[in-house]
Design a protein around this ligand. Sequence first.
Ligand code: ADP
Ligand code: MG
Length: 278
Amino acid sequence: MHECGGECERPERARLEAATAMSPEPGARAAEANGELIRLERVSRVYRMGDSEVRALDDVSLTMRRGEFVALMGPSGSGKSTLLNVVGCLDSPTSGAYLFEGEPVQGLSDDRLAAIRQSRIGFIFQSYHLVPRMTAARNVELPMLLAGVEPGERRERVRAALEDVGIARRARHRPDEMSGGERQRVAIARAMVMRPHLLLADEPTGNLDSRTGDEIVALLERLNAGGLTILLVTHDPRVAAHSGRRVRMRDGRVQDDAAGEARGSASVAPGAAAGSVG
Ligand code: ADP
Ligand code: MG
């Protein structure tokens, strides 16, 4: 078997090509004009388990503009990961509408959804989700391999991405030879290498000590200051304090949605966090 464990055998390249061949719908241009990146309109996601059902998302309406850094908070089981999965086109609403960059996502084929994820959405997770047997450089290269990027450009973008997250010296190390903070940096480099429009982060500091967690948040702030839109799930009020806007969930609903007091979102104050990572 190939060293990536079969992951790269999926026909992602064909999916990407099919997707990029499509032109945006008229609504997409309108959303573009007012800077809107995502829009959820009365979205519900219901899991049926035998006779019972769980409303993981219950009538959620939410929009995010380009350049925002939003922290998603709330108790365990309140629907945060489900919301992230819907926003990341990994899951579909049971009812309601979801538009990504102005384009309604429901009804799109699996190939088209995969292509949107691959080319426009980056993910990072609490447990990093790196391929264990691959070096940092190979992990970062993988999305480009799947997308059919040429070898020379792949090499250059891997180098730049690792350098950008401050981990170039670890390029030839495997995940089990790295600390948690280093692994998360590699995961961020992998998420960024396809130049996504949106970064989704599900408790990215959850497995890190507070100092290392602070470094990861500072790195995310710097990416946000550079224009990246970020939706980050966290339990930690200290982490959330760095965002421009806090959305609190409870029982599948948005309970509270408030702009931060300390600092505005990057769309209001671009460059506010620039240079915060050495
Ligand atoms: P959070 O990330 O806030 O902890 P989740 O989005 O993971 O919450 O879960 C929200 C609710 O949906 C919980 O009650 C959870 O048990 C339920 N749930 C999540 N995923 C599934 C699934 N695949 N099947 C059934 N229920 C699920
Ligand atoms: Mg969760």
